[in-house]
Write a protein that binds this ligand. Sequence first.
Ligand SMILES: [Zn+2]
Length: 88
Amino acid sequence: MKSVLILIAVFFIVRALKNSLEAKKQMKAPSAPPQPKEPTGPPREKAEEMALDPVCGSYVPLSSAVKSTDSGKTVYFCSEDCRGRYES
Ligand SMILES: [Zn+2]
């Protein structure tokens, strides 16, 4: 008779443990931290705008271009040399 009680007690303990495990699983699933998506490559460098040098026909990045204003229009050159030739 005692062994039956023990069996019943064990059954309830096991069931309680299983229930707590299930509860943990259910709680864990939604609270799992979202996997941060790794960027598929290095951050793309912002393409610099290029300007056409009308004298020698080469493209120069605006940041390093030699600027000149010709009749209200900004003209970009690769060097002071090209600007001098354009203005002359
Ligand atoms: Zn040039």
